[in-house]
Write a protein that binds this ligand. Sequence first.
Ligand SMILES: Nc1ncnc2c1ncn2[C@@H]1O[C@H](COP(=O)(O)OP(=O)(O)OP(=O)(O)O)[C@@H](O)[C@H]1O
Ligand SMILES: [Mg+2]
Length: 104
Amino acid sequence: MLRGLTNGNQQPAITVNHLTMAYGSFVLMRDLNFMINHGDIFIIMGGSGSGKSTLLRNLIGLNEPAGGEIFYGDQNFTKAGLAKRQEVLTRVGVCFRVARSGAR
Ligand SMILES: Nc1ncnc2c1ncn2[C@@H]1O[C@H](COP(=O)(O)OP(=O)(O)OP(=O)(O)O)[C@@H](O)[C@H]1O
Ligand SMILES: [Mg+2]
């Protein structure tokens, strides 16, 4: 991870606490924890089927976590309603870029 130059003492832009992701009884990842600061370039890498897209879907609310919480600043995104989620994503200007390697 390349640490941004502008984060200073600011609160993290995104905080993921004890995130568990699952499709029904299929638990894909358990107890995932990380923080992304303002200005960071945060890269999610892993083999096909490792859960990259699922993580992004959880981060923007397309999938609901099976456990844990996601915060944007001090806003608990996991517990927010639909309107608040939309507001949060718009306010922080979340921009996910997907880079693919290989032929696909
Ligand atoms: N809707 C779904 N229902 C059940 N299982 C799913 C669903 N979507 C994905 N999976 C499973 O969850 C796992 C993670 O899938 P995901 O698409 O997040 O991986 P990925 O890292 O993005 O893969 P790729 O590099 O191929 O895009 C895989 O085992 C996949 O089969
Ligand atoms: Mg994917």
